[in-house]
Design a protein around this ligand. Sequence first.
Ligand SMILES: NC(=O)c1ccc[n+]([C@@H]2O[C@H](COP(=O)([O-])OP(=O)(O)OC[C@H]3O[C@@H](n4cnc5c(N)ncnc54)[C@H](O)[C@@H]3O)[C@@H](O)[C@H]2O)c1
Ligand SMILES: O=c1ccn([C@@H]2O[C@H](COP(=O)(O)OP(=O)(O)O[C@H]3O[C@H](CO)[C@H](O)[C@H](O)[C@H]3O)[C@@H](O)[C@H]2O)c(=O)[nH]1
Length: 322
Amino acid sequence: MTWLVTGGAGYIGAHVLRALTAAGHAVVAFDDLSSGVAARVPDGVPLVVGAVTDRRAVAAALRRHAAAGVVHLAARKSPLESVRRPAWYHRENVGGTQSVLAAMAATGVRRLVFASSAAVYGQVTAAAVDEGAPTRPINPYGASKLACERRIAEAGVAWVALRFFNVAGSGDPRLGDREATNLVPIAVAAARAGRPLAVTGTDFDTPDGTGVRDYVHVEDVADAHAAAVAHLCRTPVAGAVYNVGTGRGHSVLDVVRGVEAVAGCPIERTLHPRRPGDPASVVADAGRIQRELGWRASRGLTEMVTSAWHCWSPRLTADAAP
Ligand SMILES: NC(=O)c1ccc[n+]([C@@H]2O[C@H](COP(=O)([O-])OP(=O)(O)OC[C@H]3O[C@@H](n4cnc5c(N)ncnc54)[C@H](O)[C@@H]3O)[C@@H](O)[C@H]2O)c1
Ligand SMILES: O=c1ccn([C@@H]2O[C@H](COP(=O)(O)OP(=O)(O)O[C@H]3O[C@H](CO)[C@H](O)[C@H](O)[C@H]3O)[C@@H](O)[C@H]2O)c(=O)[nH]1
């Protein structure tokens, strides 16, 4: 069975291509290379360069490769940028998903795995958030992911939406996150450059006052896609939402200490007020995906920060510069 992986040249998509190949599936990457890199696509995997908002291009790729399903990761992913450019986020993320659904309908492809986000929950108050928690996104990025989930659920396809928590690390030094917009790559870049790290928020109601998140290794996230694809191969009438997290929370200072341990030197911290809208703690209840798909995260924070350390590049430091 061949799966079309949109966003296959991206950080997570490149890992998904490898996990699906390892599980015995044929894969094709579809990507406009706007933030992705062709070199991340493994040798032997076809790369179709195109935009997911171009329904005809997606349909042509599905037909040409006789795809049985789509793993749809291509999207814009920065909550901060989405506040500045809400209409663009809606067009790219919701419009892109509608276009993928239309291309699937035109070609008779009926299986879809969708890359959603914990950002759909918004302000989380529970110690561990499960899939039944209220979805009240607090930024246009989260709202766009929720709108996509709803359109997919109404499209008459067999689908799985995976709500990733804080994805980090890498399975290979060449496949790291190139955007230093999240804490782990920012902390690595600070340590590498001998620069201070800005801790945003020190007065949260958490054990050490800094924000707590559920960091999940990108290889575990890729394995969750393989589990979802296997599920859709077995049960082509399914429709379900799953959290993809570890169920464990780590504070900003835990992450900083983890990076310091790999770096072998202390990272200077500067203390700043909370970022607007930042919740104190966002941790997954990942019980449903374990019960229903048999997936659970197997890698911890040490593996995330160590692998992130090894895929650092000078560009990350430039991106993270204040
Ligand atoms: N990284 C995270 O922590 C995280 C957390 C939750 C959800 N997600 C979701 O996972 C997915 C992948 O994220 P990532 O971290 O790999 O980001 P990324 O930017 O590395 O990858 C996205 C890929 O999609 C491609 N792309 C973007 N818009 C496109 C379009 N219109 N047409 C075709 N290709 C397009 C980009 O070139 C890139 O290769 C996204 O949907 C994102 O919202 C990521
Ligand atoms: O320079 C920094 C960057 C972040 N933080 C802190 O580190 C924690 C994690 O922040 P990130 O920006 O890395 O991640 P977020 O939790 O804000 O958001 C990420 O995870 C979400 C899911 O939980 C969504 O998927 C979202 O798209 C993705 O960017 C927060 O407490 C934040 O305040 C710092 O202290 N300093």
